[in-house]
Design a protein around this ligand. Sequence first.
Ligand SMILES: [Ca+2]
Length: 251
Amino acid sequence: MNRTWRDGARFAALLGVLLVFCAFLSPSWAQGPALQNANFDAGFTVRESQEVEVAVGWDYSYLSGDDRWCRAPCYRPEWKPEREIAVAGTSQRWFTTFARQYAAIHQSVDVEPGQWYRFACQVYAISEPDGQLAVRVGANPWNAGAFDSTMVWGQQQPWGQYREWHEVEVVFQAWGERVRVAVGSMQNYPVKNGAAYVDNCRLELADFGNVPTPECPACPGCPPCEGDGCDVETIQAALLEVLRGLRWRVD
Ligand SMILES: [Ca+2]
């Protein structure tokens, strides 16, 4: 076997070990707590004004102020299947024109403290011309607000990929008995048309299985010291034996 083949065989063996190791760490997902109106098909209600129509079961938040380029978005149901804006039924839409946006919809959910969860939604973005609009999912493990500093934002739609649906997720650990899950948008530049859409959210339990833990052999006794100092070579040899004796074990 020449060197190229040996290197290839070593690489394949190492890759196999890594794949087996990673398989132990890959989480699986199970049915989690039910969200209210997760598919946005259960109707919408007008909130603070006619321009704010939000899906039943969801709250909303946005930032606006003296900056004329950062204005309140309009929230609307979206149902135009011919434009493929809703995955099915209706979806939630919000948008700004000639303004940036920093907006979200969110809801609070009962959970088990300490449990890991995955929150995922299908999102769709329009930004014309490209104002760097990001539509992303997030969770607040402390059940604080969607714009609180403790918010954990997860994936957004692939950067600059507009007018197509993407599934995005965030994985987090619940701190208390309630968490807040959210879908948010932020846009860096005040372009003519910036719109976010969301459909089909779900909250799942994350199960990481048995994580491999190192199996440590019994530590050897301290080698005797000789003369004025310790026998460094003996200590090194003992430590090498300990390292060689390490084995990965799965409970
Ligand atoms: Ca829907």
